[in-house]
Design a binder for this molecule. Structure first.
Ligand SMILES: Cc1cc2nc3c(=O)[nH]c(=O)nc-3n(C[C@H](O)[C@H](O)[C@H](O)COP(=O)(O)OP(=O)(O)OC[C@H]3O[C@@H](n4cnc5c(N)ncnc54)[C@H](O)[C@@H]3O)c2cc1C
Length: 302
């Protein structure tokens, strides 16, 4: 039997909300770039809804802006901003180079022209999420009345606890505070081949290293588990500690204990834990060596 497809194109959040309510939960699907949805529909992993609500005409979801809130600089990224827009954005290149790197490592240019930040986050599996976690991004949701904010980390934890059941809020975008000056930030993706491939694991980190080799404000996150997650215990074990063989060994151990990896068709949880620990420790060691006295220190002797 043929089913008529209806495509809705609201031009603002209120209108989109009204359409949602009019159709009713379970009877519609929000579409941003549609790149993730397309793979789900084509692989028969999800049925195509008869009502597709396209978000592409909602102006307030399209921009990347900079604002001062309580004296702090924030970057506000609309959910409809594409991965290609992120790569080109001067604001992102200046304040969020790791995010630009993450976007560059997602799919091919043709996909990145359509794929959005909102869609990438909402899947709870997108490769940009570890970067947003280390920047302690706050999600902006429209609940029909107002815009409410929620830390991304909190949303991911709740989502997992609720068996990935989502409510009907619309993701408007996210905000990131960028005032603090970091000495380093990084993003690394490991896939099954070099380019245009889904990730096995992703890691992101940022922080400072002073002249005495002391780590400060270290934030770490990894993807490759049920949801991407911060590695808070490892962050705690790293901050205010000087680089040494013992420290790097203990960071490695802490990561393999803390990181909850999942086994999939291509890699075991144990393998992913080892890769994540290797990536993060070697990256921290590298940054420590470069920043600490210009990179002339021998770790064994420090
Ligand atoms: C060939 C190919 C390669 C890919 N490679 C990668 C990769 O390497 N890394 C990676 O992370 N992803 C990859 N993807 C997946 C996908 O392209 C990205 O995750 C993309 O960012 C999703 O954004 P989108 O706008 O297309 O989302 P959509 O497909 O439009 O939506 C994704 C989900 O989010 C919901 N949604 C979208 N916007 C909102 C909103 N504002 N509020 C509430 N719900 C919303 C939708 O209903 C849907 O459930 C790939 C896809 C393809 C086709």
């Amino acid at each position: 039997m043929l089913t008529a497809q209806k495509i809705w194109s609201p031009t603002n959040l209120k209108e989109a909300w009204e359409i949602q309510n009019h159709i009713g939960i379970g009877e519609y699907c929000l579409v941003s770039g549609g790149t993730w949805l397309r793979t789900q529909w084509e692989a028969n992993l999800r049925e195509m809804s008869t009502n597709l609500i396209s978000l592409e005409k909602i102006a307030e979801m399209q921009e990347v802006t900079e604002q001062l809130a309580f004296g702090k600089r924030e970057i506000v990224i609309g959910a409809q901003v594409t991965l290609a827009n992120c790569i080109e954005s001067e604001l992102m290149q200046t304040y969020l180079p790791s995010l630009v790197k993450a976007c560059r490592r997602i799919a091919a240019p043709s996909i990145r022209n359509q794929a959005t930040i909102g869609g990438n986050i909402y899947t709870a599996a997108g490769d940009t999420i570890p970067v947003f976690l280390i920047y302690e991004a706050k999600l902006r949701w429209f609940n029909g009345q107002t815009i409410e904010t929620e830390p991304l980390e909190q949303w991911l934890i709740t989502l997992q606890a609720n068996q990935f059941k989502r409510d009907n809020r619309m993701l408007v975008g996210l905000t990131i505070e960028v005032e603090a000056q970091d000495d380093f930030s990084f993003f690394i993706k490991v896939g099954r081949r070099e380019t245009f491939t889904a990730s096995l694991v992703t890691v992101a980190g940022k922080g400072t290293v002073d002249n005495n080799g002391l780590f400060g404000s270290v934030l770490l996150a990894a993807g490759g588990g049920p949801v991407p997650a911060r590695l808070s215990a490892t962050e705690l074990a790293t901050c205010n500690r000087s680089g040494s063989t013992e420290l790097f060994k203990s960071i490695y151990k802490s990561i393999t204990t803390e990181f909850e990896a999942t086994t999939d068709a291509f890699a075991s949880a144990e393998y992913k834990k080892t890769v994540v620990a290797n990536l993060l420790v070697s990256e921290l060691f590298d940054r420590w060596e470069k920043n600490h006295l210009g990179g002339v220190t021998n770790v064994a002797g420090s």
